[in-house]
Design a binder for this molecule. Structure first.
Ligand SMILES: [Zn+2]
Ligand SMILES: [Zn+2]
Length: 238
C-alpha cells in the first residue's frame, strides 16, 4: 500500500534536484549533474589543516602555516571548494534558510566523512555555536542542522549546548586573517568540562575560511580536557 501511495506522490510531485530543480530520482536530492560540478577536495593536502595542494604527484604533507604556527585541532577536512554552484547553494542554505537543502548537504557531508576520518572514532559531535542574538536573527544554526544529520548517520551523540559563544563577534566576512583571529579570541566557552574530558570530538561547521573560528573552538575544547578535536566542514574557501 505504501508503495502505491509513494508512486502516486512521485507521479504528482516528481522529485526534483534541490539545486537546479530538474527531475531527480536520486534520494539524496541532488542530481548527478550538480554533484559533478562540486570541486571535491582530495589528496594531496595538508595533513593538519586540509589545504589542497595543486601539484599532481605530491604526497600529503604539512603546509607552511601548520609547520610554523600552532593549531589546536588535529585534522581539518572539507567536502568541496567554496566556489561556483556549491558556493551559491551554501549561501542559500545559510542566509535564505532553504530547508530542502539540509538533507542533501548533510548526506553529502556524511558520505565524504568516511573517506577523511576512516581512522577516527569520536565520542561526540559538536557544532560551532552561534551567538544567541545571531541565532534569533537567522532562526537556525546551520552547523547544528548538519551535525544532526551526521550524528544520526554515524550514531555518534551530539553535544549541542556545551560549547557556547560568550561574546558577540562581528561577521568574519571581509576581515584579514589576523583580524579574524582577534575577532574570535575568547568568544567561546565550555559549560560542562567533565562531559568532554578525555573525549575525542568532531567539530562541525559549514565553511572553513582561515580556520580561526574552528581553531578557537578547538582551543577551548582542548583546554577543557578534550583528548583530540578533528574538524569537518562542508566547504573550504577557494
Ligand atoms: Zn541538479
Ligand atoms: Zn596546513
Amino acid at each position: 500500500m505504501g508503495f502505491v501511495i509513494n508512486a502516486v506522490i512521485d507521479f504528482m510531485y516528481p522529485p526534483r534536484c534541490s539545486l537546479c530543480g530538474h527531475y531527480c530520482a536520486d534520494e539524496e536530492g541532488i542530481c548527478p549533474d550538480c554533484l559533478s560540478q562540486i570541486h571535491y577536495i582530495g589528496r594531496p593536502l595538508c595533513i593538519r589543516c586540509g589545504t589542497p595542494f595543486s601539484h599532481e604527484f605530491a604526497t600529503d604533507h604539512f603546509c607552511g602555516e601548520c609547520l610554523t604556527g600552532k593549531r589546536y585541532f588535529s585534522k581539518a577536512r572539507a567536502v568541496g571548494l567554496y566556489n561556483g554552484l556549491f558556493r551559491k547553494t551554501l549561501h542559500r542554505f545559510k542566509y535564505q534558510w532553504r530547508h530542502c537543502l539540509a538533507t542533501p548537504l548533510g548526506t553529502l557531508m556524511a558520505k565524504r566523512m568516511e573517506s577523511f576520518f576512516s581512522d577516527g572514532t569520536y565520542q561526540y559531535m559538536v557544532p560551532v555555536p552561534l551567538h544567541p542574538r545571531r541565532l534569533r536573527k537567522r532562526g537556525f544554526n546551520q552547523a547544528l542542522v548538519l551535525a544532526r544529520i551526521l550524528s544520526r548517520t554515524y550514531h555518534i551523540p551530539l553535544d549541542r549546548n556545551n560549547l557556547v559563544r560568550t561574546r558577540w563577534t562581528q561577521s568574519q566576512v571581509g576581515l584579514s586573517e589576523r583580524e579574524r583571529k582577534d575577532n574570535v579570541r575568547g568568544a567561546f566557552a565550555v559549560l560542562q568540562s567533565a562531559r568532554i574530558a578525555r573525549r575525542t570530538i568532531l567539530l562541525l561547521d559549514d565553511i572553513y575560511t582561515s580556520g580561526s573560528t574552528v581553531d578557537e573552538c578547538s582551543k577551548v575544547l582542548i583546554n577543557a580536557g578534550a583528548r583530540k578535536v578533528d574538524v569537518l566542514t562542508l566547504a573550504r574557501a577557494a
